[in-house]
Design a protein around this ligand. Structure first.
Ligand code: BYC
Length: 332
């Protein structure tokens, strides 16, 4: 249902020789690390690729509130509840910065939301998994926000000005998110009861592989990477970032005393990084096609929230109309 419905025109990367004058001037600006701003000329494929990626990123932030929000009312202490509330609110803010960045490319927020609600636009696969115990809140902060930071720090240098500037702010907040998750797990694993540590291990067992899938298909199967990297919409390939994430995370798991659920995980002295097992790509594609454990619930929750907010949007429009009429009458 989902795949490839928001099509870009980037089927093949053109060399400088194959470009017309305008395209070549554009590519040379990108190559010189000069930012592209909304009113600058840009190839249609660049615009569409950015709208696809930024809007999907925004949708991920918004849908990403749902799994953790499940635990706000069940947080074990007042302090943890306050931290979790702040984090979930931050995700809403990230969604809003990103929708604004995408709007500068000529798509409206209503259009983007329609694409999400109708299943045309994707959001990150990771949010289609359930949060079954309190340790999941820690694991999401540690692994999911950790993976997000790995992907988003390089995006601060991406070629499109509004996206790169949004990323700078978002990354600062994501690093607080990652730390609060790891801190919750330190409490459970190093200072907690055996039952709490077992809960953390159970959570690790369920989230490890989906976290690795967040980086997207392997480079050989990534349809957009070549063009997106040429345009510096992406700075690193999916596999490069996944490898960096594994290398960074293994020592953190060791510190917590948690076992990573991968029998093939092994330090490779020669390449100076970890080897790890094969990802179950059939699961990944099932999830992004709408067949994960929680896809239907996530979408119905979002659509209900949108419908329930209709009265509020109507009120805002009525207020704006009244103000405009008063202003016009005063000016007449
Ligand atoms: N899930 O050619 P590829 C967060 C799709 S939220 C779903 O490699 P691309 C947070 C891909 O869209 C973090 N779909 O694509 C929030 C494409 O399909 P379409 C979200 C995926 O775009 C709350 C197809 O597979 N981060 O941090 O070059 C709480 C082929 O893939 C996924 C971002 O959005 C996936 N995991 O690379 C806590 C970062 N992976 O569109 C935390 C910005 C791939 O042709 N986005 N697909 O139908 C990116 O960096 C890139 O879009 C990706 C994929 C690396 C994700």
């Amino acid at each position: 249902m989902y795949a490839q419905m928001v099509k870009t025109e980037a089927d093949k990367v053109k060399s400088l020789d194959e470009m017309d004058e305008q395209e070549r001037a554009f590519q040379e600006r990108i190559d010189a690390d000069i930012k592209i701003e909304p009113k600058d000329w840009m190839p249609e494929g660049y615009r569409k690729t950015l709208i696809r990626q930024i809007s999907q990123h925004a949708h991920s932030e918004i849908v990403g509130q749902l799994p953790e929000a499940n635990w706000i009312t069940r947080a074990p202490t007042l302090e943890r509840k306050a931290i979790l509330l702040a984090k979930v609110q931050d995700e809403a803010g990230h969604g809003l910065y990103l929708y604004c960045a995408a709007e500068t490319l000529g798509i409206s927020r209503d259009q983007m939301l329609e694409q999400l609600h109708s299943g045309k636009a994707k959001y990150s696969s990771i949010f289609n998994y359930p949060t079954l115990n309190w340790a999941d809140v820690g694991t999401i902060g540690w692994l999911v926000d950790g993976a997000a930071i790995m992907n988003q720090v390089p995006l601060q240098r991406c070629s499109f000005g509004p996206y790169s500037r949004a990323m700078i702010r978002i990354c600062k907040e994501e690093s607080f998110h990652q730390r609060q998750g790891y801190d919750a797990l330190i409490k459970m694993c190093l200072e907690g009861t055996p039952e709490q540590k077992a809960m953390a291990q159970d959570s690790m067992n369920r989230w490890w592989w989906p976290a690795l899938m967040m980086f997207g298909p392997s480079d050989a199967d990534s349809v957009h990477s070549a063009q997106s990297m040429a345009w510096k919409i992406k700075i690193n390939s999916n596999d490069e970032l996944r490898q960096k994430f594994v290398d960074q995370t293994v020592p953190q798991a060791e510190y917590l005393g948690l076992t990573i659920p991968d029998p093939d995980l092994k330090w490779n002295e020669e390449k100076g990084s970890y080897d790890f097992g094969e990802i179950d790509w059939s699961e990944f594609y099932q999830v992004i096609r709408g067949n994960g454990a929680c896809n239907k619930q996530r979408m119905s929750d979002r659509v209900r929230a949108w419908d329930d907010g209709q009265w509020y949007r109507d009120g805002l429009m009525a207020h704006a109309k009244k103000q405009a009429e008063r202003k016009a009458a005063a000016a007449a």
